[in-house]
Write a protein that binds this ligand. Sequence first.
Ligand SMILES: Nc1nc2c(c(=O)[nH]1)N[C@H]1C(S)=C(S)[C@@H](COP(=O)(O)OP(=O)(O)OC[C@H]3O[C@@H](n4cnc5c(N)ncnc54)[C@H](O)[C@@H]3O)O[C@H]1N2
Ligand code: MOO
Length: 789
Amino acid sequence: MAVHDPQASKPTVLLPPSPNWYGAHIADWACDGSLYAFAARNVIVLVQPAAHACIAVLSSHTSRVTVVAFVPCAADVRDSALRLVSAAADCCVRVWDCRACKCLRAARGLPAEPSAAAVLRTGMLAVLGDKQGNMLTWRLDSASSKPVRLRMRLSAPIVSLAANPSVDAQEDSKDGSGTAAFHWLISSSYGGAMHAWAVPLRSGEPPPPPAPWFLAAAVNDTAIQVCGISGTSLTQGPLLRGHSGRPLVLPVGQQDRGVTTGAGLRDTLQASLEMRDLADAAAEEAGAASGPARVLAAQRGAALRLMRGDVGGALEVLAGSGALTADFVSMAAAGGRRVWEAAVRALAAQLETQGEQHLAALHLLSVADTVGLSSAAGCILAQDILAQEPLPPFPASIKDGYAVRSHDGPGEYSVEVGALAGTAPGRLSPGYVAYIGTGGPLPEGADAVVQIEHTEQLPPEPSGRQRVRIVKAAKGPGDDVRAVGSDIKAGEVVLQRGDRLGAAEIGLLATVGAAKLQVGGRPRVGVLSTGNELVEPGVQQLAPGQIRDANRAMLAAAAQAAGALVVDLGIAGDEAGQVEAKFEETINSGVDVLLTTGGVSMGDKDFIKPLLERRGTVHFGKVRMKPGKPLTFATLEIPAAGGSTRPLLVFGLPGNPVSSIVTFTLVVLPALRKLAGWLDPSLRRVHARLAAPLKLDPERPEYHRATLHWERRLGMEEGAVGGELVAESTGGQISSRLLSMRSANALLELPQASGTLPAGTMVSALLIADLGMMPVAESVALTAQPAAS
Ligand SMILES: Nc1nc2c(c(=O)[nH]1)N[C@H]1C(S)=C(S)[C@@H](COP(=O)(O)OP(=O)(O)OC[C@H]3O[C@@H](n4cnc5c(N)ncnc54)[C@H](O)[C@@H]3O)O[C@H]1N2
Ligand code: MOO
């Protein structure tokens, strides 16, 4: 854990690494404004906003942190312990003491990946929501308590949770004025819109007495479910519909009153705006020229503008106030990607004007990322890596033996104690040799090493000092010594932009001390299946006409293997409205690339192409290829902050499973590789000989699935060295038969033509799998002895 003392040195401005910034509840403010926490992969970063400094990295979670939520404290009290609740994809929830930076308790075995959390104002009870719609409560005031699953389950993943901050909500609701009483609730969505809701509070609905709390849970379509919580029961209140994109419920600040009376939605919004204005003014009046109050004031100011839909104005407030990273991140968490992008851009500009180089911010806008060595495997370097110092950095022995002056020659010598590994070498006295181990630094004055096998031990001197006879002397200076820089020269480029980082490359990076790297980032890829016939793979009993959705899991795996971050967008039915609604929601969900399958051909339910034509530019919608004829590619301009737009790449892949994976491999994979930073993203082409005749297609060029293996060339006698790749078809090639992709490591490129290619014909083949996995049927001869010269 790195604890940073903001007084002691220059504060570090931190940005969240990109992979999971878009979660709804991965960032939170402590209620007194003194700390800000955000999840960054498996750790939680604690930021002190007043100092713009990272103070700690909490690192006990073993998988991606999906939830962070501070335990509320009274607004005017700085809690000396300041607790934080976090949960991670490994179904573990923890509570932390943020001042001591230690994990206080952990509970494992949650029923599903937690996706949202809220802690009730009393601080005693954490409420968690998960991807299966479960809600759980966890008592924080008892050392032995375990999370308890509430009896009712919501119908969809819970993407966000907020607890009513007002203790006296119920009392206020009994206003006696005869007018209806409301809680007010603020939400935003990935569509970018902010909503203010007046949630009617009727007796017993929600929350049921005696619990004074209500929770709002955003569920994964366009609605917010209001719930009441009492003991281990959950009561459903009204379902708030109206967002066009996935909604997020925003936690409201401590000063805000949880209730407003009488008026409808418009007045509720107006009242809340006024309250925030007042809070701003109060904070500023309190003379908060710097420090948390000013940060909070800026956050409120920005929130106010965001609520009016004035993204640019909100960012101006943040940039102008000097309230940097934490504000931006919380706005991003609340407002979705377009706010995030504008925020990062504004942050980058601000840091630049402050004379700080902060390329990380700019890189987040493209798909580049900064990673440590432990997460670098498979990434593509986005920078050249130079050695800072030579390797070895000192003349090093190649053998276990004796460091010598080479001109001393054979003879009997007293042995000095050489340098221990990892310590500085001394000086070799004239007339002596020094014991040295492999890799050890040569003492000053020595210029060669004599390996131990070329020496004989002699009886020690009376003083106990070792003596040795050098039987076979060093050939000259440098014998059995690695000179300084002989492996790597200082300043040498050891890796270049575009290099793929495997184990050896990561070893090289470690060697030269490159512990933080700029790499091509991970594009966010949404995967959506379409079709009324589709059901989840886990369904055991198929109803008539149903089939299991194979494409989504397959394409998600393929995109993940290509380094993408996959967003599972589920299944959309074939009704035009349903496809359209799902589509609207998903194109706004912040993905860079959208993959749909099905519905791109000629049928009356094939809505994808017309939809793409309406929403963007279809670059092609039919390709002369087999399989994959209806492959469609379109780009959409998605509105972004400041009136700009960002591109969304949409690949409409055919529904037939083989067609979808083949078109993914041929077209989407190179695109993802390009986004991830590959300099040459194309599939590698080799030549192979057909093992059996293959019939050609007269209408379309075909990508025939085949398994390549290595074989001795025809006519060569056994034991001779040499051979070639031989292609064996995977059998029936109909586009529905996914077994034709099983074990395929190549797509044979067969021309559109009549007739049959005879066995033995050489064809070109695109490699689609690692040839390290290639079957090798017969034993392959070893390298022959070179002819004696
Ligand atoms: N009149 C024409 N009909 C068809 C043509 C044509 O040119 N004219 N092209 C054929 C070709 S080629 C292909 S490929 C398919 C592609 O059709 P769609 O992309 O519209 O896909 P669907 O009709 O929705 O489904 C086709 C097939 O695949 C099954 N499917 C769909 N999604 C999944 C999934 N996620 N997992 C498993 N299986 C899936 C679906 O049930 C159908 O059997 O069109 C031809 N027709
Ligand atoms: O082009 Mo389709 O993909 O043959 O079945």
